[in-house]
Design a protein around this ligand. Structure first.
Ligand SMILES: O=C(O)C(=O)C[C@]1(C(=O)O)C=C[C@@H](O)C=C1
Length: 358
């Protein structure tokens, strides 16, 4: 029997299964549309429900496909079902091809419309003015630490965090032509330059100028216009600007990861596995930070992040960005927040949201 003959029954089975899947997908979309009608003009995107759907699918999964693969597939199915209810617009720091756009797609799937903005400030502003639904903003990188501008915006913005995205960051060396001769400059975002610092020291001549630009996608765009330049940027940027990859995964730290917050106007109900992000400021006295942290520990609440930043209000005064395990409506976190309210000069709950599933 020829290979084609051997393939034929499997392909027949696949055609049959695809037809069943297609029918079921449309049946699912019809339920989503009915849910959308019941929600009326209310909020259609429900992050806690999406997290529960993805976690349930992963716990049911016993097949050949990995948990990550099934979550990715169902992420896209929900994205299309949500678009049947109402398509969402997500703002991010552009241009197209940045890691933040990748994070937005990872979280909302490909049916969401992503809108690039010139600055993180503008991405926030459009959502604040209700000209877009959600903003995805980088908050911290595992090698570089906090993203200061996002933290500063969080202090004053009325937006609430309703989700988080965790993205592995891979940087590549990109060029218009496929050889290393005659490189005079390397364009990259300042964070990418420092994340690839060791690699650049070892692999590029010392006289190649390192030029920091607004984003990795902008770097790729500049490299596409100048044959003597290379860019450090993502796979998405390489594809978008048609650049050759001279070297892959050039980040010094192999586990390089960026965490993003998703912010909008809604508060989220508990999903069963949540986090709460807070901003706290303490009077500038000995022992106050210790007391603030005690409000958490005595209520059995674990802290997953503590970041300090100079307050714009006074010299040598600080605000603290704190993430804790659990939802602000859960008993222990709720009690800790009540205690914190008494100790802190300023307390703002940025939001409570499901832990990233994907
Ligand atoms: O359960 C809902 O509220 C839905 O709208 C359905 C659905 C889904 O496709 O499962 C779609 C969008 C929401 O963000 C959450 C879940």
């Amino acid at each position: 029997m020829s290979t084609d003959d051997l393939l034929a029954p499997h392909r027949e089975a696949i055609d049959h299964i695809d037809q069943t899947i297609l029918g079921l997908l449309n049946e699912r979309a019809a339920h989503a549309r009915a849910i959308g009608e019941l929600k009326g003009s209310g909020v259609v995107y429900r992050p806690e429900r999406e997290a529960q759907v993805l976690r349930r699918i992963q716990s049911l999964n016993q097949g050949l496909l990995s948990n990550e693969a099934v979550a990715r597939l169902f992420r896209e199915i929900m994205s299309e079902c949500l678009a049947v209810e109402r398509p969402l617009t997500i703002t991010y720091l552009g241009p197209e091809g940045t890691f933040t756009q990748q994070a937005a797609m990872k979280h909302f799937g490909h049916a969401a419309h992503t809108q690039p903005c010139a600055t993180i400030d503008e991405a926030f502003r459009l959502v604040e003015a209700r000209q877009a639904d959600y903003v995805v903003a980088p908050i911290e990188n595992s090698t570089e630490g906090a993203v200061g501008r996002t933290l500063d915006l969080l202090v004053a913005s009325p937006l609430k965090a309703c989700g988080e995205v965790v993205l592995r960051i891979h940087h590549h060396l990109l060029r218009k032509v496929e050889h290393q001769d005659g490189i005079t400059k390397v364009y990259a975002h300042a964070q990418a330059l420092s994340q690839c610092h060791e690699w650049l020291n070892k692999n590029l001549p010392a006289n190649v100028a390192r030029i920091a630009v607004a984003s990795n996608a902008r770097a790729a765009q500049l490299a596409a216009e100048d044959e003597n330049a290379v860019a450090i940027a993502s796979q998405a940027a390489a594809e978008r600007f048609n650049l050759c990859k001279l070297a892959s995964n050039i980040e010094d730290e192999p586990n390089n990861t960026t965490r993003f917050l998703v912010l909008g106007h809604q508060t989220t109900t508990p999903s069963g596995l949540d986090k709460t992000s807070l901003i706290v400021s303490a009077p500038n006295k000995v022992g106050t930070v210790h007391e603030l942290l005690q409000s958490l520990s005595k209520n059995g609440v674990s802290m997953t992040k503590l970041e300090s930043r100079p307050s714009k209000a006074g010299l040598w005064e600080y605000v603290f960005f704190i993430d804790v395990e659990g939802h602000a409506d859960d008993g222990p976190v709720h009690r800790a927040l009540t205690d914190l309210q008494e100790e802190a000069a300023f307390l703002k709950i940025i939001g409570a949201y499901p832990k990233a599933v994907l």
